[in-house]
Design a protein around this ligand. Sequence first.
Ligand code: SF4
Length: 352
Amino acid sequence: MITSSEPNIAAVTLPKITVPTHPLWPELTAARRRELRAEIKRLLQERDAVLVAHYYTSGDIQELAEETGGCVADSLEMARFAAAHPATTLVVAGVRFMGETSKILNNEKTVLMPAPTATCSLDEYCPAALFTAFCDRHPDHTVVVYANTSAAVKARADWMVTSGIALPVIRHLAAKGEKIIWAPDKHLGSYVAAASGADMILWPGTCVVHDEFRGEAMQRMRAAHPAAAVLVHPESPAEVVVQADVVGSTTAMIQAVRELPNKEFIVATDAGIFHKMRQLAPDKILMEAPAVGIGGDCQSCAHCPWMEMNSLTNLLEALRSGENEIQVASELAAKARRPIERMLDFARRMKG
Ligand code: SF4
Protein backbone atom coordinates (compact mmCIF):
# COMPACT_ATOMS: atom_id res chain seq x y z
CA MET A 1 0.00 0.00 0.00
CA ILE A 2 1.28 3.48 -0.85
CA THR A 3 1.02 5.99 2.00
CA SER A 4 1.10 9.74 1.51
CA SER A 5 3.83 10.69 4.00
CA GLU A 6 6.28 13.33 2.76
CA PRO A 7 9.72 11.96 1.84
CA ASN A 8 12.58 12.91 4.16
CA ILE A 9 15.19 14.40 1.82
CA ALA A 10 18.84 14.69 2.92
CA ALA A 11 19.96 18.31 3.36
CA VAL A 12 23.00 18.20 1.07
CA THR A 13 24.07 20.37 -1.84
CA LEU A 14 24.52 18.25 -4.93
CA PRO A 15 27.33 18.96 -7.38
CA LYS A 16 26.44 20.58 -10.69
CA ILE A 17 26.63 18.00 -13.46
CA THR A 18 26.99 18.31 -17.21
CA VAL A 19 24.58 16.25 -19.28
CA PRO A 20 26.05 15.59 -22.73
CA THR A 21 24.06 16.20 -25.88
CA HIS A 22 23.02 13.07 -27.75
CA PRO A 23 25.96 11.76 -29.79
CA LEU A 24 25.54 12.21 -33.54
CA TRP A 25 26.61 8.86 -34.94
CA PRO A 26 27.15 8.78 -38.72
CA GLU A 27 24.42 6.84 -40.55
CA LEU A 28 25.82 3.38 -41.40
CA THR A 29 24.79 1.52 -44.53
CA ALA A 30 23.26 -1.92 -44.08
CA ALA A 31 26.40 -3.45 -45.61
CA ARG A 32 28.68 -1.61 -43.15
CA ARG A 33 26.55 -2.67 -40.20
CA ARG A 34 26.76 -6.30 -41.37
CA GLU A 35 30.55 -5.97 -41.66
CA LEU A 36 30.88 -4.49 -38.18
CA ARG A 37 28.64 -7.13 -36.65
CA ALA A 38 30.57 -9.96 -38.34
CA GLU A 39 33.91 -8.60 -37.13
CA ILE A 40 32.60 -8.12 -33.58
CA LYS A 41 31.35 -11.74 -33.54
CA ARG A 42 34.75 -12.98 -34.73
CA LEU A 43 36.61 -10.97 -32.08
CA LEU A 44 34.27 -12.05 -29.29
CA GLN A 45 35.18 -15.66 -30.08
CA GLU A 46 38.87 -14.96 -30.52
CA ARG A 47 39.05 -13.14 -27.16
CA ASP A 48 36.88 -15.65 -25.27
CA ALA A 49 34.59 -12.71 -24.58
CA VAL A 50 30.88 -12.36 -23.94
CA LEU A 51 28.75 -9.28 -24.61
CA VAL A 52 26.49 -8.09 -21.78
CA ALA A 53 24.18 -5.27 -22.86
CA HIS A 54 21.57 -3.10 -21.17
CA TYR A 55 18.02 -2.72 -22.53
CA TYR A 56 18.71 0.97 -23.23
CA THR A 57 21.49 0.31 -25.78
CA SER A 58 20.80 0.26 -29.52
CA GLY A 59 18.90 -2.54 -31.26
CA ASP A 60 22.09 -3.56 -33.11
CA ILE A 61 24.00 -4.07 -29.87
CA GLN A 62 21.10 -5.92 -28.21
CA GLU A 63 20.76 -8.28 -31.18
CA LEU A 64 24.49 -8.96 -31.25
CA ALA A 65 24.50 -9.81 -27.56
CA GLU A 66 21.71 -12.33 -28.04
CA GLU A 67 23.10 -13.84 -31.24
CA THR A 68 26.47 -14.46 -29.58
CA GLY A 69 25.27 -16.09 -26.37
CA GLY A 70 25.52 -12.95 -24.26
CA CYS A 71 22.63 -11.24 -22.56
CA VAL A 72 20.41 -8.17 -22.77
CA ALA A 73 19.02 -7.29 -19.39
CA ASP A 74 18.56 -4.80 -16.58
CA SER A 75 21.50 -4.14 -14.30
CA LEU A 76 20.60 -6.89 -11.81
CA GLU A 77 20.49 -9.58 -14.51
CA MET A 78 23.62 -8.17 -16.15
CA ALA A 79 25.49 -8.56 -12.85
CA ARG A 80 24.13 -12.07 -12.29
CA PHE A 81 24.89 -13.18 -15.84
CA ALA A 82 28.43 -11.78 -15.79
CA ALA A 83 29.15 -13.49 -12.46
CA ALA A 84 27.96 -16.89 -13.73
CA HIS A 85 29.46 -16.84 -17.26
CA PRO A 86 32.75 -18.69 -17.87
CA ALA A 87 34.17 -16.23 -20.46
CA THR A 88 37.47 -14.64 -19.44
CA THR A 89 36.52 -11.24 -20.91
CA LEU A 90 33.26 -9.39 -20.29
CA VAL A 91 32.27 -6.65 -22.73
CA VAL A 92 29.76 -4.43 -20.97
CA ALA A 93 27.63 -2.20 -23.19
CA GLY A 94 25.99 0.25 -20.85
CA VAL A 95 27.27 2.93 -18.51
CA ARG A 96 30.31 3.05 -16.28
CA PHE A 97 28.80 1.72 -13.04
CA MET A 98 27.70 -1.43 -14.89
CA GLY A 99 31.26 -2.13 -16.03
CA GLU A 100 32.53 -1.43 -12.53
CA THR A 101 29.97 -3.77 -10.99
CA SER A 102 31.01 -6.53 -13.39
CA LYS A 103 34.66 -5.96 -12.46
CA ILE A 104 33.88 -5.93 -8.74
CA LEU A 105 32.16 -9.31 -9.04
CA ASN A 106 34.73 -10.75 -11.44
CA ASN A 107 38.06 -9.31 -10.37
CA GLU A 108 40.03 -11.98 -12.22
CA LYS A 109 38.31 -11.23 -15.54
CA THR A 110 39.03 -8.54 -18.09
CA VAL A 111 36.12 -6.08 -18.36
CA LEU A 112 35.98 -3.93 -21.48
CA MET A 113 33.50 -1.17 -22.27
CA PRO A 114 32.73 0.41 -25.65
CA ALA A 115 32.14 3.77 -23.93
CA PRO A 116 33.94 3.86 -20.57
CA THR A 117 33.27 7.59 -20.12
CA ALA A 118 29.52 7.04 -20.33
CA THR A 119 28.30 7.85 -16.87
CA CYS A 120 24.89 8.31 -15.24
CA SER A 121 23.36 11.36 -13.58
CA LEU A 122 22.58 9.33 -10.45
CA ASP A 123 26.22 8.32 -10.11
CA GLU A 124 27.37 11.90 -10.77
CA TYR A 125 24.99 13.35 -8.19
CA CYS A 126 26.44 11.09 -5.49
CA PRO A 127 30.17 11.77 -5.12
CA ALA A 128 31.81 9.39 -2.65
CA ALA A 129 33.31 12.04 -0.34
CA LEU A 130 30.02 13.92 0.12
CA PHE A 131 28.06 10.71 0.58
CA THR A 132 30.52 9.15 3.02
CA ALA A 133 30.55 12.29 5.17
CA PHE A 134 26.73 12.25 5.25
CA CYS A 135 26.60 8.57 6.25
CA ASP A 136 29.21 9.18 8.95
CA ARG A 137 26.85 11.75 10.49
CA HIS A 138 24.09 9.08 10.73
CA PRO A 139 25.87 6.03 12.18
CA ASP A 140 22.58 4.50 13.39
CA HIS A 141 21.28 4.14 9.80
CA THR A 142 21.63 1.18 7.43
CA VAL A 143 23.03 2.43 4.12
CA VAL A 144 21.26 1.17 1.00
CA VAL A 145 22.49 2.35 -2.39
CA TYR A 146 21.11 1.83 -5.81
CA ALA A 147 23.21 0.04 -8.43
CA ASN A 148 23.77 3.37 -10.22
CA THR A 149 26.67 4.43 -8.01
CA SER A 150 30.47 4.33 -8.09
CA ALA A 151 32.52 1.53 -6.53
CA ALA A 152 33.55 3.95 -3.76
CA VAL A 153 29.91 4.67 -2.84
CA LYS A 154 29.06 0.96 -2.88
CA ALA A 155 32.03 0.36 -0.60
CA ARG A 156 30.42 2.66 2.02
CA ALA A 157 27.06 0.86 1.77
CA ASP A 158 25.56 -2.04 3.68
CA TRP A 159 23.34 -3.06 0.76
CA MET A 160 23.24 -2.46 -2.97
CA VAL A 161 19.90 -2.88 -4.74
CA THR A 162 18.51 -2.55 -8.25
CA SER A 163 15.02 -1.27 -9.05
CA GLY A 164 13.72 -4.83 -9.38
CA ILE A 165 14.62 -5.78 -5.83
CA ALA A 166 14.60 -2.44 -3.99
CA LEU A 167 11.15 -2.80 -2.47
CA PRO A 168 11.55 -6.34 -1.06
CA VAL A 169 14.93 -5.41 0.47
CA ILE A 170 13.58 -2.23 2.07
CA ARG A 171 10.55 -4.12 3.41
CA HIS A 172 12.92 -6.71 4.87
CA LEU A 173 14.97 -4.00 6.63
CA ALA A 174 11.88 -2.09 7.77
CA ALA A 175 10.48 -5.28 9.32
CA LYS A 176 13.64 -5.46 11.43
CA GLY A 177 13.08 -1.85 12.56
CA GLU A 178 16.14 -0.49 10.76
CA LYS A 179 16.42 3.20 9.81
CA ILE A 180 17.73 3.64 6.29
CA ILE A 181 19.82 6.08 4.27
CA TRP A 182 18.81 5.62 0.64
CA ALA A 183 20.87 6.92 -2.30
CA PRO A 184 20.98 8.31 -4.87
CA ASP A 185 17.54 8.39 -6.61
CA LYS A 186 14.98 10.39 -4.62
CA HIS A 187 12.01 9.32 -6.73
CA LEU A 188 12.68 5.59 -6.41
CA GLY A 189 13.49 6.14 -2.72
CA SER A 190 10.25 8.01 -2.22
CA TYR A 191 8.31 5.23 -3.95
CA VAL A 192 9.81 2.43 -1.82
CA ALA A 193 9.49 4.51 1.38
CA ALA A 194 5.78 5.05 0.71
CA ALA A 195 5.19 1.43 -0.30
CA SER A 196 7.08 -0.04 2.66
CA GLY A 197 6.48 2.51 5.41
CA ALA A 198 10.23 2.41 6.12
CA ASP A 199 11.99 5.23 8.00
CA MET A 200 14.25 6.56 5.23
CA ILE A 201 16.43 9.58 4.50
CA LEU A 202 16.60 10.05 0.73
CA TRP A 203 19.58 11.38 -1.20
CA PRO A 204 18.21 14.01 -3.62
CA GLY A 205 19.68 12.64 -6.90
CA THR A 206 17.64 12.07 -10.05
CA CYS A 207 17.92 10.29 -13.41
CA VAL A 208 17.92 12.77 -16.30
CA VAL A 209 15.64 10.53 -18.33
CA HIS A 210 12.94 9.63 -15.81
CA ASP A 211 12.93 12.97 -13.99
CA GLU A 212 11.65 14.61 -17.16
CA PHE A 213 8.36 12.69 -17.33
CA ARG A 214 5.42 14.90 -16.35
CA GLY A 215 2.15 14.16 -14.56
CA GLU A 216 -0.16 16.70 -16.23
CA ALA A 217 0.94 15.77 -19.71
CA MET A 218 0.50 12.11 -18.75
CA GLN A 219 -3.10 12.84 -17.69
CA ARG A 220 -3.80 14.36 -21.10
CA MET A 221 -2.21 11.41 -22.88
CA ARG A 222 -4.20 8.91 -20.84
CA ALA A 223 -7.39 10.80 -21.68
CA ALA A 224 -6.49 10.58 -25.38
CA HIS A 225 -5.75 6.83 -25.09
CA PRO A 226 -8.15 5.51 -22.44
CA ALA A 227 -7.54 1.86 -23.36
CA ALA A 228 -3.76 2.12 -22.98
CA ALA A 229 -1.98 0.55 -20.01
CA VAL A 230 0.49 2.93 -18.35
CA LEU A 231 3.87 1.46 -17.43
CA VAL A 232 6.14 3.58 -15.24
CA HIS A 233 9.67 3.08 -13.99
CA PRO A 234 9.87 4.16 -10.33
CA GLU A 235 12.75 6.58 -11.05
CA SER A 236 9.98 8.84 -12.40
CA PRO A 237 8.37 11.61 -10.30
CA ALA A 238 5.52 10.60 -7.96
CA GLU A 239 2.99 12.58 -10.07
CA VAL A 240 3.68 10.07 -12.88
CA VAL A 241 4.05 6.97 -10.71
CA VAL A 242 0.56 7.44 -9.20
CA GLN A 243 -0.98 7.18 -12.68
CA ALA A 244 0.64 3.83 -13.49
CA ASP A 245 -1.10 0.52 -14.06
CA VAL A 246 2.29 -1.12 -13.53
CA VAL A 247 5.23 0.39 -11.63
CA GLY A 248 8.36 -1.67 -12.04
CA SER A 249 11.87 -2.32 -13.30
CA THR A 250 12.63 -2.56 -17.02
CA THR A 251 12.17 -6.32 -16.78
CA ALA A 252 8.76 -5.94 -15.13
CA MET A 253 7.68 -3.45 -17.82
CA ILE A 254 8.70 -5.80 -20.63
CA GLN A 255 6.79 -8.61 -18.95
CA ALA A 256 3.71 -6.37 -18.66
CA VAL A 257 3.73 -5.62 -22.41
CA ARG A 258 3.81 -9.36 -23.11
CA GLU A 259 1.23 -10.39 -20.57
CA LEU A 260 -1.37 -7.63 -20.26
CA PRO A 261 -4.31 -7.90 -22.66
CA ASN A 262 -4.12 -4.18 -23.64
CA LYS A 263 -3.24 -3.34 -27.21
CA GLU A 264 -1.74 0.09 -26.42
CA PHE A 265 0.90 1.04 -23.85
CA ILE A 266 2.23 4.37 -22.60
CA VAL A 267 5.76 3.69 -21.42
CA ALA A 268 7.63 5.96 -19.00
CA THR A 269 11.24 4.87 -19.28
CA ASP A 270 14.10 5.13 -21.77
CA ALA A 271 12.84 4.52 -25.31
CA GLY A 272 15.66 2.00 -25.88
CA ILE A 273 13.44 -0.54 -24.14
CA PHE A 274 11.04 -0.52 -27.12
CA HIS A 275 13.41 -2.75 -29.09
CA LYS A 276 12.96 -5.69 -26.70
CA MET A 277 9.23 -4.98 -26.25
CA ARG A 278 8.68 -5.04 -30.03
CA GLN A 279 10.66 -8.26 -30.34
CA LEU A 280 8.52 -10.00 -27.75
CA ALA A 281 5.14 -8.40 -28.51
CA PRO A 282 5.20 -7.18 -32.15
CA ASP A 283 1.43 -6.64 -32.28
CA LYS A 284 1.36 -4.11 -29.40
CA ILE A 285 1.34 -0.33 -29.89
CA LEU A 286 3.97 1.43 -27.79
CA MET A 287 3.96 5.15 -27.03
CA GLU A 288 6.61 7.22 -25.26
CA ALA A 289 5.30 8.89 -22.11
CA PRO A 290 5.29 12.69 -22.34
CA ALA A 291 8.37 14.41 -20.96
CA VAL A 292 9.16 18.03 -20.27
CA GLY A 293 10.13 19.92 -23.41
CA ILE A 294 9.96 16.94 -25.81
CA GLY A 295 10.84 18.38 -29.19
CA GLY A 296 12.05 21.50 -27.41
CA ASP A 297 14.37 21.90 -24.45
CA CYS A 298 14.38 18.39 -22.97
CA GLN A 299 17.79 17.16 -21.81
CA SER A 300 17.26 13.47 -22.41
CA CYS A 301 14.10 13.44 -24.57
CA ALA A 302 13.33 9.96 -23.15
CA HIS A 303 16.66 8.50 -24.19
CA CYS A 304 19.77 8.46 -22.06
CA PRO A 305 22.57 10.38 -23.77
CA TRP A 306 25.18 8.31 -21.93
CA MET A 307 23.68 4.96 -22.97
CA GLU A 308 23.64 6.28 -26.52
CA MET A 309 27.43 6.65 -26.41
CA ASN A 310 27.62 2.88 -27.07
CA SER A 311 27.87 2.09 -30.78
CA LEU A 312 28.90 -0.78 -33.06
CA THR A 313 32.01 1.21 -33.98
CA ASN A 314 33.34 1.73 -30.46
CA LEU A 315 32.30 -1.79 -29.47
CA LEU A 316 34.50 -3.14 -32.27
CA GLU A 317 37.31 -0.78 -31.30
CA ALA A 318 37.22 -1.89 -27.66
CA LEU A 319 37.51 -5.53 -28.73
CA ARG A 320 40.22 -4.83 -31.28
CA SER A 321 42.44 -2.69 -29.09
CA GLY A 322 41.73 -4.20 -25.68
CA GLU A 323 41.76 -0.64 -24.41
CA ASN A 324 38.90 0.80 -22.36
CA GLU A 325 39.52 -1.79 -19.69
CA ILE A 326 37.72 -1.14 -16.40
CA GLN A 327 39.93 -1.35 -13.32
CA VAL A 328 38.82 -1.33 -9.70
CA ALA A 329 41.55 -1.54 -7.05
CA SER A 330 41.29 -4.92 -5.35
CA GLU A 331 40.87 -3.51 -1.81
CA LEU A 332 38.05 -1.22 -3.00
CA ALA A 333 36.49 -4.08 -5.00
CA ALA A 334 36.48 -6.30 -1.90
CA LYS A 335 34.60 -3.63 0.09
CA ALA A 336 32.18 -2.87 -2.75
CA ARG A 337 31.48 -6.58 -3.30
CA ARG A 338 29.90 -7.07 0.13
CA PRO A 339 26.70 -5.02 -0.45
CA ILE A 340 26.30 -6.52 -3.94
CA GLU A 341 26.66 -10.08 -2.70
CA ARG A 342 24.20 -9.34 0.09
CA MET A 343 21.65 -8.38 -2.58
CA LEU A 344 22.44 -11.41 -4.76
CA ASP A 345 22.06 -13.75 -1.75
CA PHE A 346 18.76 -12.07 -0.88
CA ALA A 347 17.58 -12.49 -4.52
CA ARG A 348 18.50 -16.19 -4.43
CA ARG A 349 16.58 -16.69 -1.19
CA MET A 350 13.57 -14.87 -2.67
CA LYS A 351 13.58 -17.14 -5.72
CA GLY A 352 14.19 -19.99 -3.59
S1 SF4 B 1 18.80 6.25 -17.96
FE1 SF4 B 1 19.08 7.47 -16.08
S2 SF4 B 1 19.61 5.94 -14.54
FE2 SF4 B 1 19.93 4.97 -16.53
S3 SF4 B 1 22.09 5.38 -17.01
FE3 SF4 B 1 20.91 7.03 -17.95
S4 SF4 B 1 20.94 8.68 -16.41
FE4 SF4 B 1 21.52 6.80 -15.38
